[in-house]
Ligand binder design. Structure first.
Ligand code: HEM
Length: 367
């Protein structure tokens, strides 16, 4: 479409803005973007879903900030006040906590779907690397946010979680002290987690997300090697408005589910943390850490003379590095060849995570 025709279609405000900020170029970019249509297209919605839930987190997080006070003396009371006295405070807090869970779920589905479709193949290696970075950030958001209400459950879960960090060989003690702001979980830990949760992580996540989305825009959506070998997708659909409108249907459905979850299962507060009280039985981490927590529990005290927990932590660390480097390890996929090893490994990992998570919730607290 010629610039004159575009101008003629829009009003004076649009033309004024176009001449100053280049709206026409953005419009042209949006019009150019197309999404392949094939039997796996459904999985393209999960990145957008994760993005939507991230926006919900930022919005509700800012609202929570208006009342939250980050100190051991006031944190619990400020959340209590928010839940009992502030209009819709309980709703905002519940949506923030449910949306965090749904976001991590959508992110995990997004990760495994791009993995199984081999979307990490050249030239999308950096998209993958930034994605793994976003996964780490999402887990860090969850871990730091969990402590903020300063209730009993959060306090002891953080104590256990940071203790595990302390078992990392060589750097463990340093990391534990760095996270806790001392030897114990105290008000200093809370202040630190607060700073990380509301300033450091949002800043880094926004930058990394910007890179991720820029790369998605730059490379367009990939199709799996099998569809590529069959001559590419038979059809594509415009992103704006066709795909975006479907995205929006998904987002509005997610909002409805969030509202229902928050209304029927509002997030509880429990009792205020008491560092001198004995740890309640059956302390559990958030569900997305459960499979790692349960694995560490099952490991024997010593494996080949090394502490079982240390072996477990090193194993998970190694798994994380392999996940990060996957685009560079899977040479077959890079050449566009057929290969089922990664598929079987991914299915094995999904089954392992599901089984250990199930055991984490059903096995008795002593096992
Ligand atoms: C906050 C977290 C994340 C957000 C908001 C996000 C967002 C998105 C969006 C909107 C897309 C385009 C639509 C789609 O393919 O679903 C995308 C594509 C992609 N994402 Fe993510 N993502 C996140 C995390 C991850 C993670 C954890 C990975 C993997 C480790 C990853 C790897 C990729 C790859 C490789 C693509 C390109 C897919 C293709 O071209 O077919 N992303 N992401």
């Amino acid at each position: 479409m010629s610039p004159h025709a575009t101008k003629a279609r829009h009003g004076r405000l649009w033309t004024w803005l176009d001449e100053r900020v280049g709206l026409g170029e953005i419009e042209a970019l949006a019009r150019k973007k197309r999404v392949p249509v094939h039997r796996h297209s459904f999985w393209y919605y999960f990145g957008g879903m994760t993005l939507f839930l991230f926006v919900v987190q930022v919005t509700t997080g800012i609202l929570l900030l208006l009342y939250y006070r980050p100190s051991a003396e006031e944190a619990y009371e400020s959340v209590q006040f928010l839940m009992a006295e502030v209009q819709f405070g309980w709703l905002i807090r519940s949506i923030h906590s449910w949306s965090a869970n749904l976001m991590i779920f959508a992110l995990v589905v997004h990760l495994f779907s791009v993995l199984l479709l081999r979307a990490y193949r050249p030239p999308r290696e950096v998209t993958w690397l930034s994605g793994v970075g976003l996964l780490a950030l999402a887990l860090a958001f969850g871990f730091t946010g969990y402590l903020l209400p300063w209730n009993e459950l959060a306090y002891f879960a953080t104590k256990v979680g940071t203790e595990i960090t302390g078992a990392v060989p060589f750097a463990g003690r340093f990391l534990l002290r760095l996270l806790r702001g001392g030897d114990e979980v105290t008000g200093a830990t809370l202040t630190r987690f607060y700073g990380i949760h509301v300033a450091v992580l949002p800043a880094v996540a926004t930058a990394l997300l910007g890179l991720h989305l820029y790369l998605v825009q730059r490379h367009g959506m990939s199709v799996s090697p099998s569809i590529e070998r069959a001559g590419g997708p038979a059809q594509t659909t415009p992103f704006v408005p066709n795909f975006l409108l479907r995205d929006i249907v998904g987002w509005l459905s997610a909002l409805a589910i969030l509202a229902a979850l928050a209304a029927f299962f509002p997030t509880e507060l429990g009792r205020k943390a008491d560092p001198f009280a004995p740890a309640p039985v059956g302390i559990k981490p958030e569900w997305y850490f459960m499979f790692m927590f349960q694995t560490l529990k099952y490991l024997p005290a010593h494996i080949l003379g090394v502490e079982g927990e240390v072996v477990g932590i090193l194993g998970f660390g190694l798994a994380g590095v392999l996940l990060l480097l996957l685009p560079f390890l899977d040479r077959r996929a890079a050449r566009g060849e057929r290969g089922s090893l990664v598929t079987w490994l991914a299915v094995g990992i999904i089954v392992y995570i599901l089984a250990l998570t199930y055991l984490g919730y059903t096995a008795s607290p002593t096992t």
